[in-house]
Ligand binder design. Structure first.
Ligand code: BES
Ligand code: MN
Ligand code: MN
Length: 455
C-alpha cells in the first residue's frame, strides 16, 4: 500500500488538481489539424513544465511532427523502473453544434468534467502525474524509478514515437510499461485489459465520368461510381456479419474456453449494449456473443461513404466520384499489412467494369496481447483493487493504441493497460467526459501501483 501520506495528499488536493486539469484541457491540441499545431506544442510544454516543476529531468524531443515529452526521476539501480505512456493530443471536435458546452471550455457538472480530451487521454495521463506529485510533495521516498513518454501524435498516426522508440530503447528501458488510455469494465468494476485490437484502415476511391452528369441525359449509358462503390461495399460482408475478404480469418487467434467463460461471467447483455449505443438491436458475426465480437473478433466496417448529392431536395446527377473509408479491426496474430493487401486485391477483383478504382491503406496498428499471469499483472490487479475498492476483472478492448505493440517488441517489458475511462465517456465524439471519481480513484491506483510494483 502506498504510504497514507501520499493518498492523503491526493484527497486533500482534489480541487486544485481538477483546476489544473481544466487548464490542460483548455489547450486545443488537435494533432491532425495543422491550424492547431501551435496549441499542440503548448500542450507538450504544459506537461513538460509540470514534470520539470516536480524535479524530473525533462526533454522535449522534436522529430518533425508534434514533440515528444520524455521525463525521468533519478534512476537508481536498486529500484525497479516504471515507464508511463500517454498522449496529450486530442481528436477534432466536429460536429460542434452537438456539444452542450464548447469543447475547450471545460465544465464540471455533477462530478463529471466535460471537454475534448477529458478522458482520451489528458485526464488519464494526468492521474499518473498527480500520483507522482503526491510522493514528491509529501517527501515520501519513491519506491520505483519513474519515466514518462508522452506523445502528441497518437490521434493523427504520427511517426515520431516509433522512431524514438526504435532508436532509443535503452532510454525507455523499464520493468513495466503503464498505459492508461482505455476504460474500466463499468462504473463499479475496474478492468485489467489484456488485449487491444489492431487496425488496417483503407480508403476506396471510385471515379467515372470527368464531371457530374445529368442523370436523365446520361443515365443508363455509363457506369455510376456511386452504384459501383455500393456494389463493392455490399460484398465486404455477408448477411450474417462475416467478412468476405479472402483469408480474413486465417490467422485469427481463437479465444480459449477460459476466456469465453470469463467473458460470459461478466454478464454483459444486449440490453446494456442497446442502452449504451442507442442502436435498435445488436448485430454481428454469427456464432459469437456480443462481448466476444466486441473484444476478440476482427471486424470490417464502413467508416465513411460519400458520393453525389446529399443536400436539400432533389438534384439529378450521376456523380463523377465515390469514396469509402473502411476500418478493419484486427485481433492477435493477424498482420495488418497482410490484411490490407488482401483487402486491396479483393476490392480490385470485384470492381465493376466502367469505373476506375483505387484502394489505399491509410493507417495500420498491430494488435496487442499481454499474458494474464505475471508479477506486474498481480501488482496492477492489487493497485486497481485498492484504488477502486472493487476486484478488477479481465477485459479486452476493441480500440487500438498503435505504439503499444512497438513497445512490446523494442523494450521487451510487460505492459499494463489500466484504463480509468468509461466506454460511455464519448471519446472522439461530442460531449466527451471523464468522471472525477474515476480521475481520483485512478490517481490513487497509480500511486499504489508505484509501491506494489516495487514488491
Ligand atoms: N484511447 C484510444 C484507444 C481506445 C479506444 C481505447 C476505445 C478504449 C476504447 C486511442 O486514443 C485511439 O483513439 N486509438 C485509435 C487509433 C487509431 C487511429 C490507429 C483508434 O482506436 O481508433
Ligand atoms: Mn487515447
Ligand atoms: Mn483516441
Amino acid at each position: 500500500m502506498a504510504s497514507q501520506k501520499v493518498l492523503k495528499y491526493l484527497d486533500a488536493n482534489q480541487k486544485k488538481h481538477v483546476d489544473q486539469l481544466c487548464e490542460f484541457l483548455r489547450i486545443p491540441s488537435i494533432s491532425s489539424q495543422s491550424e492547431y499545431a501551435e496549441d499542440t506544442r503548448k500542450a507538450a510544454k504544459f506537461i513538460a513544465d509540470e514534470l520539470k516543476d516536480l524535479g524530473l529531468t525533462v526533454e522535449t524531443i522534436d522529430l518533425g511532427g508534434h514533440p515528444l515529452v520524455f521525463a525521468q526521476t533519478e534512476i537508481r539501480p536498486d529500484r525497479k523502473t516504471l515507464l508511463f505512456y500517454g498522449h496529450y493530443d486530442v481528436q477534432p471536435v466536429d460536429p460542434l453544434d452537438l456539444w452542450d458546452n464548447p469543447p475547450f471550455e471545460p465544465v464540471v457538472k455533477d462530478g463529471v468534467i466535460y471537454a475534448r480530451g477529458a478522458c482520451d487521454d489528458k485526464g488519464q495521463v494526468y492521474t499518473h502525474i498527480k500520483a507522482l506529485e503526491a510522493y514528491i510533495k509529501q517527501d515520501v521516498e519513491l519506491p520505483v524509478n519513474i519515466k514518462f513518454i508522452i506523445e502528441g501524435e497518437e490521434e493523427a498516426g504520427g511517426e515520431s514515437i516509433y522512431r524514438f522508440t526504435e532508436q532509443n530503447p535503452e532510454k525507455l528501458a523499464c520493468d513495466a510499461i503503464i498505459v492508461s488510455d482505455t476504460a474500466l469494465y463499468n462504473e463499479t468494476t475496474p478492468g485489467i485489459c489484456y488485449s487491444l485490437k489492431g487496425l488496417a484502415y483503407m480508403e476506396i476511391r471510385v471515379s467515372g465520368p470527368a464531371m457530374d452528369l445529368h442523370s436523365g441525359s446520361y443515365g443508363g449509358t455509363v457506369q455510376n461510381p456511386g452504384n459501383a462503390l455500393a456494389e463493392m461495399v455490399a460484398r465486404l460482408k455477408d448477411s450474417e456479419g462475416r467478412c468476405l475478404v479472402p483469408g480474413f480469418y486465417n490467422d485469427v487467434l481463437e479465444l480459449d474456453q477460459e476466456e469465453r467463460d470469463g467473458f460470459a461471467e461478466l454478464g454483459y447483455t444486449d440490453e446494456i449494449l442497446k442502452q449504451e449505443t442507442g442502436a435498435p438491436a445488436a448485430f454481428g458475426e454469427a456464432g459469437f456473443t456480443t462481448l466476444e465480437r466486441m473484444w476478440a473478433r476482427p471486424t470490417c466496417d464502413v467508416n465513411g461513404l460519400v458520393s453525389g448529392y446529399g443536400g436539400e431536395g432533389a438534384k439529378t446527377v450521376l456523380p463523377a466520384k465515390a469514396m469509402a473509408k473502411v476500418s478493419m479491426r484486427l485481433v492477435p496474430n493477424q498482420d495488418p499489412d497482410k490484411i490490407a493487401a488482401a483487402f486491396q486485391e479483393y476490392i480490385l477483383s470485384i470492381a465493376p467494369a466502367g469505373v476506375r478504382v483505387e484502394v489505399e491503406n491509410l493507417h495500420n496498428a498491430n494488435p496487442v496481447l499481454v499474458p494474464r499471469k505475471s508479477e506486474m499483472m498481480t501488482a496492477g490487479m492489487a493497485a486497481l483493487e485498492q484504488g477502486f475498492g472493487a476486484k478488477p476483472v479481465f477485459i479486452r478492448e476493441g480500440g487500438s493504441i498503435p505504439i503499444v505493440g512497438t513497445f512490446q517488441k523494442c523494450l521487451k517489458s510487460p505492459v499494463l493497460l489500466l484504463g480509468y475511462g468509461l466506454s460511455t465517456d464519448n471519446i472522439h465524439s461530442p460531449n466527451e467526459k471523464f468522471h472525477l471519481n474515476n480521475f481520483w480513484r485512478g490517481a490513487r491506483t497509480s500511486a499504489i501501483l508505484m509501491s506494489e510494483a516495487a514488491k
